[in-house]
Design a protein around this ligand. Structure first.
Ligand code: GLN
Length: 230
């Protein structure tokens, strides 16, 4: 049974990223894969899972979530082989430190060599990036600027928007993947949902799955490309 854990939706649920869990579970189910989607509330134990999903959140809830996840031992779950897919606040929390409004710097979970500081202006709008030649579409809404360490691979290169720093977006460190893109990003980019699913299943090849999401993805890419060149 593939177990997908949506982490603290009451703290990391402001930007609709809970949809990532629904998409993963549904795409697994439609292929006949035995799957469960578990909501891990902030008042309970962190359940054991194959993939932990961290969403975006506001500054205060983000600080609380990082303290709870440090206490719950997310990093030892990753050491034991679990995958993490994180978005925005989730991304910032996985790094060594991050700042929130007011410029104080807080200790992160330290799973990845990444430092987030406060940017002079908030990034709000389309976030278009390329992941190994494939377009990833989404939107961003954050006040951070993230610098990844020299050995850390970015998740994507930025075409439009800021992501980490206007050049690259997110990071991929082993089975810890992170991006600034909301959407929910796995609903907007079905190919990425399948990449996450395949990784969570230990690199298993997945049967093709046609859905309306593919057509919406293609028209969104077309619209964004036309707008950026026109
Ligand atoms: N609170 C963080 C910031 O503003 C993250 C916001 C988000 O998750 N969209 O930078």
């Amino acid at each position: 049974m593939l177990s997908i854990v949506q982490v603290y939706p009451e703290l990391l649920g402001t930007y609709g990223d809970g949809g990532n869990g629904l998409v993963l579970a549904e795409r697994a189910r439609r292929r006949g894969i035995d799957v469960e989607l578990v909501r891990a509330g902030m008042d309970g134990e962190l359940p054991t899972g194959d993939v932990y999903l961290l969403g975006g959140g506001e500054d205060g809830p983000q600080r609380l979530a990082v303290a709870l996840l440090a206490a719950a031992g997310l990093s030892s779950r990753v050491d034991d082989g679990a995958m993490v897919f994180a978005v925005c606040a989730g991304l910032q929390m996985l790094g060594s430190s991050f700042s929130v409004q007011g410029d104080d710097q807080y200790v992160g979970l330290g799973l990845v060599d990444a430092v987030t500081t406060r940017a002079p202006v908030r990034a709000v709008g389309d976030l278009v990036t390329m992941v190994e030649g494939t377009m990833m579409v989404g939107f961003e809404n954050h006040g951070g600027e993230t610098r990844i360490g020299p050995g850390v691979e970015p998740f994507a290169t930025v075409v439009r928007g800021r992501g980490n720093d206007g050049v690259v977006d997110g990071f991929r460190a082993g089975r810890v993947w992170a991006t600034y893109a909301h959407g929910p990003v796995l609903a907007l980019n079905p190919w990425l949902a399948d990449a996450v699913l395949s990784e969570a299943l230990g690199g298993r090849e997945l049967a093709p799955l046609e859905s309306v999401a593919d057509r919406l993805y293609e028209s969104r890419c077309r619209a964004l490309t036309t707008r950026s060149t026109g």
